[in-house]
Every structure is written in structure tokens, then in C-alpha cells.
Design a protein around this ligand. Structure first.
Ligand code: AVI
Length: 318
């Protein structure tokens, strides 16, 4: 029997790009939300980051998934409903689907194109699998429509994207996920571990300048989509590890005193002033378990890669 394929769109808040950018640049510490990195060029640059020698998280997570696949499948169980936050286009998703043999696979992503592409590719690889793609922004409260599949719900959230939320946002996000999977459900979440600051610094300051291009592309996108006039050669990429807060901070530094216009709104920049574009929190196993506990999950299992750089947490309802 061939699997069914479905597509649903959760009601999207009106496109808030302009409002978010203007609100963020009006704060005392100018800020831009990292979710806007991912236009077509930003997504291509992020894919290039994942292949960089210095950017270890992608390889480390894939290696640990391969090494511990049988244990991960035992924890998550077979034949249930696998919900992935992300399009499911990657090798890790295929490994997991192969090992868990879910009755239904539900990729949730903000990009319609990424979802359609991934669903078509998965359909070829797993012809019997029911795929129910949901076009939605999972960083906001999410209503997944009644699912056709039966069985335990397991949410898969790889890539340490949870690290791009503040701990408070991550707690709220985990709480919503806990409600979504129910009392019998589980979550598999990829989390980057705390480590030597030099290794972290190199991962976000690569020699080829791909991360710099990724960061600056945000201004490019604002120029293109919001009728703005940022001069990209007057801003520079700046990323460092903040040990007190346990996070990489990415900024764009203004190289001169200057103005930029977005539509009719003008913004002033002092020389050396920064726009804070991203946080990437790093958690020890104990820190992340404490966060998960505060959101109603129990950290039941954890798998690490051989070099102890990255963790996949297996959480169950508390
Ligand atoms: C998507 N996210 C987990 C990446 C990270 O490492 O925080 C985004 C990124 N930013 C710069 N390099 C990669």
C-alpha cells in the first residue's frame, strides 16, 4: 500500500518582517531576530557553514545519530507519529525514519518550498510512509491539526536550533512541545555542549568568511525586501563566546558613524555600535536537563558523539 501525503498550513501571523526589524533596531542594543537569516541565499550560506571544517555541530550530531541509532530507536519506539521541527531534508531525518518506521511523519517548517521538496524526496525513499507536512513557524505557539497517525507522538528537533532561543524562550517552547506530545510522548532534541572557547570561536569565525557572509546577508535581505540602504562594506561580522551567559553572540559592527534608512525610517549608528543578530547557547548535560525539567520533561537518555562535543537528549513527560 502506498502512503498518503498531506499538506496543511497553520494560520500564519501577518508577515512581520518590517515590524520586527524596525522594532529591533529601535532598541538601545539594536537587535535583529535570527529567524530572518534564512532567505534563499541565507539558507544556501547556512548549508555551506554546515560543511565547514571549523563548524563541528552538524558532523558531530550526524556521527552520534549513526553510532547510537539502535538505542535512539529503542527509546523513541517504533510505529508512532514522528513530528520533526524542520523540513526533514537531511540525512539524520532519513536515518531516524528508517530506524523508527513511524506510521506518520510530520515535518513542520517555515519554508513551503523546503517542505514540498523534502516531502517529495521522502516519498521516493519511503513509499509506504504517511507524510503530513505542516507549514508553520514552530517558534510560535503551534496548532498541529488532528493527525491521521496513531501511536506515541515523538518530536524530533535536531541541529541545536534550540540554542538560538534564550533559556526563557526555550523553556516556553519545551512546555508547548510537552503539551503537544502528551503524557505518553517524548522528545529528541539536539543540543550543542559547552566546550573550549577556542573551538567555539573558530566555529563562528571560519577562515573562509562564510559565517561573515551569512551574518551580513541579513542586511542584504533588509535592503532588498524592505527598501533599505544599508552599506554592507560599512558593517563587519563579529562573533565571540560570552562565558558568563554560556553563549556565542553574533553581531554586526558599524565601522563608521553612519545612518541607514528603511522605507521612511532612519537609524543612526555610532562607529563601533553593534546590531546583535544571534545567540547560540551551549548547555552542559545537567544544565539542559534542568531546563527540560522546568518545562515538564524528564531527561531520560542522552547520547554524545565520541569527542563529547554534541548531545542528543531523549526526554519523556515528567
Ligand atoms: C541554526 N543554528 C543552530 C546555528 C548555530 O550554530 O547557532 C546558526 C549559525 N549561526 C552561525 N553559524 C551557524
Amino acid at each position: 500500500m502506498t502512503g498518503r501525503i498531506g499538506f496543511s498550513a497553520s494560520p500564519f501571523p501577518a508577515d512581520g518582517f518590517r515590524e520586527d526589524v524596525i522594532a529591533g533596531l529601535s532598541l538601545p542594543q539594536k537587535t535583529l531576530p535570527p529567524k530572518y537569516f534564512y532567505d534563499a541565499r541565507g539558507s544556501a550560506l547556512f548549508a555551506a557553514i554546515c560543511r565547514l571544517r571549523e563548524y563541528y555541530p552538524t558532523r558531530a550530531e550526524l556521527a552520534l545519530t549513526r553510532a547510537h541509532l539502535a538505542g535512539i530507536a529503542r527509546f523513541a519506539g517504533r510505529g508512532g507519529v514522528l513530528i520533526e521541527y524542520g523540513s526533514g531534508a537531511g540525512v539524520k531525518s532519513r536515518l531516524l525514519i528508517g530506524a523508527l518506521a513511524p506510521s506518520t511523519y510530520v515535518p513542520v517548517d517555515i519554508s513551503r518550498e523546503a517542505l514540498r521538496g523534502a516531502a517529495a524526496a521522502l516519498r521516493r525513499r519511503f513509499p509506504r510512509l504517511d507524510i503530513f507536512a505542516v507549514h508553520a513557524d514552530f517558534s510560535r505557539p503551534l496548532k498541529i491539526p488532528a493527525l491521521p497517525g496513531r501511536g506515541r507522538r515523538v518530536v524530533y528537533f535536531p541541529g541545536s536550533t534550540i540554542g538560538n532561543l534564550t533559556p526563557r524562550e526555550a523553556q516556553a517552547f519545551l512546555r508547548r512541545t510537552r503539551a503537544q506530545v502528551g503524557s505518553r510522548g517524548a522528545m529528541l532534541v539536539g543540543v550543542d555542549l559547552k566546550k573550549d572557547a577556542g573551538v567555539l570561536h573558530a566555529a563562528y569565525n571560519d577562515a573562509k568568511g562564510v559565517t561573515a557572509a551569512f551574518n551580513l546577508n541579513l542586511l542584504n535581505r533588509i535592503n532588498r525586501e524592505l527598501d533599505a540602504d544599508f552599506r554592507l562594506n560599512r558593517f563587519a561580522h563579529y562573533a565571540y563566546y560570552n562565558p558568563t551567559l554560556g553563549r556565542i553572540e553574533m553581531h554586526l559592527v558599524s565601522l563608521a558613524r553612519q545612518q541607514a534608512r528603511i522605507g521612511r525610517t532612519r537609524f543612526e549608528f555610532e562607529a563601533g555600535e553593534t546590531i546583535h543578530t544571534e545567540n547560540s547557547y551551549k548547555y552542559s548535560v545537567a544544565e539542559f536537563r534542568a531546563l527540560a525539567k522546568s518545562a515538564g520533561f524528564r531527561g531520560e537518555k542522552v547520547w554524545l558523539d565520541a569527542r563529547g562535543r554534541f548531545a542528543l537528549h531523549g526526554l519523556t513527560a515528567n
